[in-house]
Design a protein around this ligand. Sequence first.
Ligand SMILES: NC(=O)c1ccc[n+]([C@@H]2O[C@H](COP(=O)([O-])OP(=O)(O)OC[C@H]3O[C@@H](n4cnc5c(N)ncnc54)[C@H](OP(=O)(O)O)[C@@H]3O)[C@@H](O)[C@H]2O)c1
Length: 312
Amino acid sequence: MPGFKVAVAGATGNVGREMLAILAERRFPVSEVVALASSRSVGKEVSFGERTLKCRALEHYDFSDADLCLMSAGGAVSKEWSPKIGAKGCVVIDNSSAWRMDPDVPLIVPEVNADAARGFAKKNIIANPNCSTAQLVVALKPLHDAATIRRVVVATYQSVSGAGKEAMDELFSQTRSVFVSDPIEAKKFPKRIAFNLIPHIDAFMDDGSTKEEWKMMVETKKILDPRRDILREAPGCLVVDRREPGGYVTPHEATGEDATYISRIREDPTIENGLNLWVVSDNLRKGAALNAVQIAEVLVNRGWLKPKLNAA
Ligand SMILES: NC(=O)c1ccc[n+]([C@@H]2O[C@H](COP(=O)([O-])OP(=O)(O)OC[C@H]3O[C@@H](n4cnc5c(N)ncnc54)[C@H](OP(=O)(O)O)[C@@H]3O)[C@@H](O)[C@H]2O)c1
């Protein structure tokens, strides 16, 4: 298979580093991989399989001969750069929330609605859903196939890694402070995060919900669009459900794994035809980097994207 020139924008971040690892791990057909980040990171080294790449500045990079850009540099950067990169004929697969609800941008979880990725050509942008939405729809799809879901009630317990590398550093330093009795400093999070939980992600909305809660709702509806022919098989899920101590998967065990694990399946006695279940997956993989690479694989395997250098 001919190789593609792939740029990874946000290569120094949590998601970007995972994208580079997954591209290498899955042997994505590349002719060249370019690591991009902010100008602060020029020359910084990141790993791509056995190789080391030196980061270049996104703002000075010419995308004319790049085929794909896996973008995980935040919403503001994506809003500004994705249309410019798309206009150069390079397809952007974006991890931020900037484009998810744009009607001209497909929002894709390959196990669920890969066919819809074909609509990428309008803007040359494809969106990845929020990390919680991605695993949710993988678990909901087989149920939706069987019985058309009418209502979903979700409680999420989200990893600090979902808020980026600064957030992980804050958890580390606060945890250390707890053990050595130093004062706790909160910068990235509004309250202490070490040995604690915060019932709030993203901005508050007028109705009292948060933008993260809103995103899960609208993105799930866009991906599980009932008018779409999504109802075939149920890949991506692994049911681990023994009704005994330890007969379920915990977040720690899902770290580094590709599957969405489903445990604790039981009927909900409070509502007719209700089901309760526990769903776990690695937010940096299925929730972000793996999903992005899987979308790229759909474009390549279905022949919807050809490498520019071989096209002439
Ligand atoms: N973490 C998750 O589970 C998850 C899941 C789904 C989606 N996402 C989304 O993915 C994106 C990245 O998340 P993350 O967790 O990887 O964050 P992160 O660890 O904070 O990394 C942010 C990345 O963006 C780069 N960046 C920042 N400003 C830039 C600029 N002006 N130009 C070019 N690059 C710039 C940073 O480069 P420097 O190092 O040079 O600053 C870094 O590589 C966010 O949009 C996030 O919402 C994350």
